[in-house]
Design a protein. Structure first.
Length: 233
């Protein structure tokens, strides 16, 4: 059972036999759960209510779940998104993560596994800087662990949960190489079953956002080792 304030979860699933047991399980764990049966309803709910986590089925009756995910991120939603799909193959996984999903589960999945993924998304404070403080780089990029916000002067750089987590780990080891395994273990899970392409996709999105904001920081890939955050010249 969750302690303190309950986290709200949106289940986007049109199939009753999947949605009902999932909702009951989440509610037993103490989550506040809402359900949307279509992509359009999910988009409206996310904009209006801003849930902590969205569990998003890709096979929706009105629109493709990948498009729903993309539109959620475009609309400014920064919460966690877990994609659920019966589709097979690495391509679907990478495409889904590329449009802003944080995690991915293939049907059929165990409810215990999904609960673990939800908890991992909500356990955000565990991987930020050790003392929960603010890190400010030489270029003036400010990463606030307590509020989970990133600023460059008065400009806020909007990052998803995983993008922020990756940046926080890299910033806490500024100018040092962080191994891929360290990033995967701290940002995802030591038992992550998926491909490490997940990390590459997240790094790519983070790199693009830093460049678009002229943040003065760049994420450098060290082939065969990991990544380093450094102040650009």
């Amino acid at each position: 059972m969750l302690l303190g304030m309950a986290h709200d979860v949106l289940v986007v699933e049109d199939e009753e036999d999947i949605a009902v047991p999932l909702i009951r399980t989440l509610e037993r764990e103490g989550y506040e759960v809402n359900r949307a049966s279509s992509g359009a309803d999910a988009l409206t709910f996310v904009v209006d209510e801003d849930p902590a986590v969205v569990i998003l089925d890709l096979g929706l009756p009105d629109m493709d779940g990948i498009d729903v995910c993309r539109q959620m991120r475009t609309a400014g939603y920064l919460g966690g998104i877990i994609m659920v799909t019966a589709r097979a193959g690495e391509l679907d996984r990478v495409v889904g993560l590329d449009v802003g999903a944080d995690d991915y589960l293939a049907k059929p999945f165990g409810l215990a596994e999904l609960l673990a993924r939800v908890r991992a998304l909500l356990r955000r404070s565990a991987i930020v800087t050790p003392d929960g403080s603010t890190v400010t780089t030489a270029s003036g990029l400010k990463i606030d662990a307590a509020s989970r916000r990133v600023h460059l002067g008065d400009q806020e750089i909007a990052l998803t949960a995983k993008e922020f987590d990756v940046l926080a780990v890299l910033a806490s080891h500024h100018d040092k190489v962080v191994p891929r395994e360290t990033l995967m273990n701290q940002v995802w899970d030591q038992n992550w079953y998926g491909s490490t392409k997940t990390l590459d996709v997240t790094i790519g999105r983070l790199r693009s956002k830093l460049e678009a904001a002229d943040a003065g920081e760049r994420v450098v890939a060290i082939r065969g080792v990991g990544f380093r955050l450094e102040t650009g010249t």
